[in-house]
Ligand binder design. Structure first.
Ligand SMILES: [Zn+2]
Length: 219
């Protein structure tokens, strides 16, 4: 299995192809590829993304069958089943990169902001369970000046929610913490722009690892 950094580079290249409309012919679905992966998979990255119809991970990273292990849930929240899915893929396939993929104009963020501003006593406990996980990222921002700037508030809340999910995954279980400490597992928070198609990998680390020569720049 390739390293987390190689996997990250592969995703960045794929997103560049997507943005420049220069899609790889190798990622197109084909009968040959389908039969090939029927025998087994080796996904090089795990993506925890939002369910939004406009952000399909395989497309925005220009990847084909069998290359990404994708978990999608509204608001890219982290609940036990998401942690379990990441553990499963990382242990079973040796995948070393996990991306939390949020996006601009996320409906789950908007719904949470609206609920905090005007509590409606949301009737569905299922929907509430999503809003409750986004809530801490929004609550703090509503205490600041951002309260009076809706667009900026949503932007910052979206990023805060991605950061929170990435941090939650990094410390969500002993299994994942051990894989980060010993096996080079990397959890990165990223935001997809609906407007430009660009994925900004803005949250690579809790803190830079000692001795790493990696540049922490965003493109
Ligand atoms: Zn969303």
């Amino acid at each position: 299995m390739i390293s987390a950094q190689e996997a990250l580079e592969r995703l960045k290249e794929g997103n560049r192809r997507f943005v420049s409309e220069d899609w790889s012919t190798q990622t197109l679905p084909s009968g040959t590829r389908r039969r090939e992966v029927a025998a087994g998979q080796q996904p090089f990255a795990i993506i925890l993304g939002c369910s939004d119809s406009r952000v399909p991970a395989e497309m925005v990273f220009d990847q084909g069958l069998g290359e990404l292990f994708v978990i999608r849930v509204a608001g890219n929240i982290v609940a036990p089943s998401q942690i379990g899915s990441v553990e499963f893929a990382a242990e079973r396939f040796g995948t070393r990169l996990v991306i939390v993929l949020g996006h601009s104009k996320c409906g789950a963020i908007q719904a949470t902001v609206e609920e905090l501003e005007r509590p409606s006593g949301m009737r569905s406990p299922n929907l509430r369970s999503i809003v409750d996980r986004v809530r801490p990222s929004v609550e703090e921002l509503l205490k600041t000046d951002l309260r009076s700037n809706r667009e900026a508030l949503l932007h910052h809340a979206g990023r805060a929610n991605i950061r929170a999910s990435a941090a939650h995954l990094r410390h969500g279980s002993q299994t994942i913490e051990e894989m980060i400490a010993r096996n080079g597992l990397l959890v990165v928070g990223a935001e997809y722009s609906l407007e430009t198609g660009i994925v900004d990998f803005f949250d690579e680390w809790d803190s830079p690892p000692v001795g790493s020569k990696t540049e922490f720049t965003n493109r």
